[in-house]
Design a protein around this ligand. Sequence first.
Ligand SMILES: [Fe+2]
Length: 175
Amino acid sequence: MMDKLLLTQWCNIILYYLRNIAKFAKKYPLKKNSRSNIIEDKTNKNLYTITLNLGKVRSYSKKELVFSKQHTKNKALWQILNCFMSEIDEKFKFNSIFISKNLKCGWHTDKNNIGLSYGLSLGDHQGGGCIIKDENGDENILDYHNYPRQFDGHKLHKTLDYNGERFVLIFYTHK
Ligand SMILES: [Fe+2]
C-alpha cells in the first residue's frame, strides 16, 4: 500500500475530478432509479443520485463486453484511475469502474462481477461504510473512506447510513 501522503494526494485529485463531472452530470431522483437494490436514502438530504460506468459493460445484444458511452466521454478519468489502481495493487485486474454519488444500496450481491472488487469512497461525509454478511451470518463493516479496500461483492452487502457528500468507486471485473 502506498504511503499516507501520496494516497491523500491521489484521493484529492480524483475527488476534484469527480466533483467537476458531477456538476454537469444527469441527476436522477433516488426513488426512480431502475436498480431494485437501490433504496431511497431518508437519512440523507440529497435528493438525487449520479452514476457513471467506466470501462466495459455488456452490450445490448449481451454477446460481448464493450466500452460504455460514458467511458468514451471520460477516458482521461479512466486513465487516471488505472494509474491510481496500479499504484495501490499492481496485481489487481479489472475492466470496469462503477462510480456513484449519493447512492445507498440495500442488501444485495453483485451478480455481474468476477472475483474480488476494490471499493473507495471519497468526499465530505460521515459514516457510509459497507456492511458485509458472511456465510455464517456474521456481519463485518468495511470502511473504505479515502482508503481503497478489497471485498467480495458476491457476499450480501449494503451501505451503512451516512451524511454528506459521498462518491463511491467500485473497481471490478465485469462478467
Ligand atoms: Fe454491490
